[in-house]
Design a protein around this ligand. Structure first.
Ligand SMILES: [Zn+2]
Ligand SMILES: [Zn+2]
Length: 264
């Protein structure tokens, strides 16, 4: 059966500093999920676990464990499975911003490999060409695969992301990703059970003629056995529906329900 657009595993609320929208409440997110027949809705505000990992990058300083947990308890629903997660960070030193002692606080942990607009994630003086950025992306996917993480509840966020190289051409970066190394990294992540994200916001913003470059990375991931979850990555209510606009991506990748990442 064709992959159903019935999950949103990466979605922000007003608690994320880049949202701050009083209308973007967990209640509004869950209501939307109910109205559209989702099976699962995850709330993932930005997090750097200052308690376990001192020295948060400045932007994250106020987005700590206590901050994201102020969303709790999440609204209950008898229609949708509502789960609590976070979108953490991976800094330039390769540290992921959730201390292992806190893995248990989350049902799902989204790790973005490529918040490359942030200086504490990418040294822009070093990774300053599309090829170097492409290689850095693969290095970081390899590094995640080597970490001691609860992969059954880990998602790899937006491998295609407009923030990957704002001073360059994001699609050229995807074209330049080394096939052999990328496939090996994705095979490792597939074997360990991590989910790979189809970020609706990224796909909806992709011009049609650039779609093959973005899809290239996911085609290879599928061939290496990866399973996929969906993400609105919404920061405002109007963006929640982007999930429902990526049927063309599902068709292009030929995804079925067997390709779906599912939380235990
Ligand atoms: Zn992100
Ligand atoms: Zn996000």
């Amino acid at each position: 059966m064709k992959y159903r657009l019935d999950n949103d595993m990466h979605c922000h609320t007003h608690l994320s500093l880049c949202s701050g929208d009083p209308a973007q409440t967990a209640e509004a997110v869950v209501r939307f999920a109910e109205e559209h027949g989702y099976a699962v809705q995850c709330i993932t505000d930005h997090l750097w676990d200052e308690e376990g990992l001192p020295g948060a990058p400045e932007w994250y300083a106020r987005q700590d464990i206590a901050h994201v947990r102020s969303d709790l308890p999440l609204p209950r629903s008898d229609k949708v499975r509502v789960v609590f997660g976070c979108e953490t960070e991976m800094n330039a030193q390769g540290v992921v911003g959730v201390h292992p002692s806190h893995f248990g606080l989350f049902d799902f942990i989204v790790i973005p490999p490529n918040h490359f607009h942030m200086e504490h994630v990418r040294d822009k003086a070093v990774y300053n060409t599309e090829k170097k950025v492409a290689d850095y992306l693969v290095e970081r996917l390899e590094a995640i695969g080597r970490m001691d993480l609860p992969f059954y509840k880990v998602g790899i966020a937006h491998i295609n992301c407009s923030l990957i190289m704002s001073e360059g051409d994001q699609f050229r970066v995807y074209d330049l990703v080394d096939e052999g190394r990328y496939r090996a990294a994705m095979r490792t992540l597939a074997d360990k059970g991590a989910g790979i994200e189809l970020n609706a916001a990224s796909f909806v913003g992709t011009p049609k003629e650039k779609m093959p470059s973005a899809l290239r990375l996911f085609r290879m991931a599928k061939e290496e056995g990866c399973r996929f979850y969906l993400a609105s990555d919404a920061h405002h209510p109007a963006a929640l529906g982007n999930i429902l606009r990526i049927g063309d991506v599902i068709d292009a990748l030929g995804l079925t329900e067997d390709d779906k990442f599912r939380l235990a």
